[in-house]
Design a protein around this ligand. Structure first.
Ligand SMILES: Cc1cc2nc3c(=O)[nH]c(=O)nc-3n(C[C@H](O)[C@H](O)[C@H](O)COP(=O)(O)O)c2cc1C
Length: 386
C-alpha cells in the first residue's frame, strides 16, 4: 500500500480507543520531564514488561531518553484532561501547576494519577517513524480510585459500564478490581468444564455481571458483562446467605425464608431447569437492550415465578443443571462477588453435579485467597443470623 493520507490514517486508527498515560522522568537538574502517550500497553507478565511508542522526532521523547534508562508511566484519571493537554504541548515548563511526588525509582508520580508503573528501559526498537520502547517494571501500584481517562476519536471521556448506570460507579470499580484478580480461577474452571464462569457482584441493590470467562454451550448465552438484575429472590441467594442482616432482610420474602440457611449449609446455591432459565435470561437481555416490548414489571414477575427452580430441598436425581454459584470473600469476610459455573446442556446425574460443586468450591476458595480475602468466621455468621 502507498502511504495513506495522514488524516485518513488518523481517522481510521482513531476508532480504536486508548487510555492516556504520562511518561515521566527527571532531567540532570532534577526537573520533571513528561510526555503524553496513548500508545501504552502491557507486554509480558514474566518478565514484567510494558511498552509505549514515541515519535522519533518528539523532543519530549528525546529529553526522556537523554535523562537516563528509567521512566515512570502515570495512568491519568478521567478528571486529568488538563494534565494530559498541558504535558502534550511543546514547551519546557510543562509541570507548572501540576503537583507530583517521587516514585520508588525517583521519577515523578503526578498527583491524581490512577496508577503508576516504574520502569527501567529494557529495549528500544525502531518501527517506521516511531520507536517501540520496552520497559521492565520495577515497581507499580494503584494510587487513586478514580476512573481512568480514555481517548477516542480525538476526544476524551471515561468508562461507563454497559447498560443502566444506576449503581454507584465507584462501588462497581472496586468490585471489578477484585474480580480481575480472580480471573485465573475463572478461566481454569471454565476450561475444565468447557463452559462459562461468570462473576456477579452486589452493587447497592443490584446484581451486576462483572466478568465472564469461557463460553456456555447452553442455548442462551448470559454473557453481557455490565448487565444488571434486581437483588430479589431467587436471584443472588449467596449474598443473602452470607450477607449481614441489612442485606439479608432486604432480600427476604415469603417463601424463601429457609433459603439463606440452606445455601450457607450447602456452601453454594443452585438453579435447575434450562427452559425457564433461558426464558428469564432472554427477557433480561432484551430488557437491558432497551426492548420496549419488555417492561420492568414483566421482568420482575418472571424472576419471581422462577423461585421454585432455585435451591430446591434436594437435587439428587438427574437434573437440568442451569448453574451453581459460590461466594468469594473479601478481607472483611464479606461476599465480594459470586462465581457462577454454568451447567451443560441436557441432564446430569448426581455424580456430575457433585464434581462441579467440588470444583466450584475449590475455585471460589482459591479466588478468596487470591483477592486477599478470608471466609467469615462461623460464629460471626450464627450471630448475624440469629
Ligand atoms: C491523547 C494523546 C496521546 C498521544 N500519544 C502519543 C504517542 O503514543 N506517541 C507519541 O509519540 N506522541 C503521542 N502524543 C503526542 C505527544 O504527547 C506530544 O504532543 C508530542 O510529542 C509533542 O511533540 P514534542 O514531544 O516534540 O513536544 C499524544 C498526545 C495526546 C494528546
Amino acid at each position: 500500500m502507498s502511504i495513506p493520507e495522514p488524516a485518513h490514517f488518523r481517522q481510521v486508527l482513531g476508532q480504536y480507543p486508548t487510555g492516556v498515560v504520562v511518561v515521566t522522568a527527571l532531567d540532570a537538574e532534577g526537573r520533571p520531564l513528561g510526555m503524553t502517550v496513548g500508545s501504552f500497553t502491557s507486554v509480558s507478565l514474566d518478565p514484567p514488561l510494558v511498552a509505549f511508542l514515541p515519535d522519533q522526532s518528539s523532543s519530549s521523547w528525546r529529553a526522556l531518553r537523554e535523562s537516563g534508562d528509567r521512566f515512570c508511566v502515570n495512568v491519568l484519571g478521567a478528571h486529568q484532561e488538563d494534565v494530559c493537554r498541558a504535558i502534550a504541548v511543546r514547551k519546557t515548563d510543562k509541570f507548572d501547576g501540576i503537583g507530583w511526588r517521587t516514585s520508588p525509582q525517583g521519577n515523578p508520580i503526578i498527583d491524581g494519577a490512577v496508577a503508576y508503573i516504574d520502569c527501567t528501559t529494557e529495549q528500544i526498537h525502531g518501527a517506521g517513524d516511531h520507536h517501540i520502547v520496552v520497559g521492565r517494571v520495577q515497581h507499580l501500584d494503584l494510587v487513586g480510585a478514580e476512573e481512568p481517562l480514555l481517548f477516542f476519536r480525538g476526544g476524551y471521556g471515561s468508562f461507563a459500564p454497559l447498560s443502566l448506570a444506576s449503581a454507584g460507579t465507584a462501588d462497581l470499580l472496586e468490585h471489578l478490581r477484585l474480580v480481575d484478580l480472580a480471573r485465573p480461577q475463572m478461566e481454569a474452571l471454565a476450561a475444565r468444564f468447557d463452559t462459562e464462569v461468570t462473576a456477579i457482584a452486589l452493587v447497592r441493590d443490584e446484581l451486576v455481571l462483572a466478568a465472564a470467562a469461557g463460553r456456555t454451550r447452553l442455548a442462551v448465552a448470559p454473557t453481557r458483562v455490565g448487565q444488571r438484575l434486581p437483588f430479589i429472590p431467587p436471584l443472588g441467594s449467596c449474598f443473602a446467605a452470607w450477607g449481614d442482616d441489612r442485606v439479608r432482610n432486604a432480600w427476604l420474602q415469603e417463601g424463601v425464608q429457609h433459603v439463606p440457611a440452606l445455601v450457607r449449609q450447602r456452601g453454594y446455591s443452585v438453579a435447575l431447569g434450562h427452559g425457564t432459565g433461558a426464558q428469564l435470561e432472554e427477557l433480561s437481555t432484551r430488557f437491558h437492550q432497551g426492548d420496549a416490548g419488555v417492561s420492568r414489571e414483566e421482568l420482575l414477575e418472571a424472576i419471581a415465578s422462577s423461585v421454585s427452580d432455585y435451591n430446591p430441598a434436594s437435587h439428587d436425581g438427574p437434573v437440568e443443571l442451569r448453574f451453581l454459584s459460590a461466594p468469594v470473600f473479601d478481607a472483611d469476610g464479606r461476599v465480594a462477588f459470586t462465581l457462577t459455573l454454568w451447567g451443560p446442556p441436557g441432564e446430569v446425574g448426581p455424580d456430575q453435579v457433585a464434581l462441579r460443586v467440588d470444583a466450584l468450591l475449590a475455585a471460589a476458595a482459591a479466588a478468596t485467597a487470591g483477592i486477599g480475602g478470608v471466609p467469615p468466621r462461623a460464629d460471626a455468621l450464627e450471630l448475624a443470623v440469629s
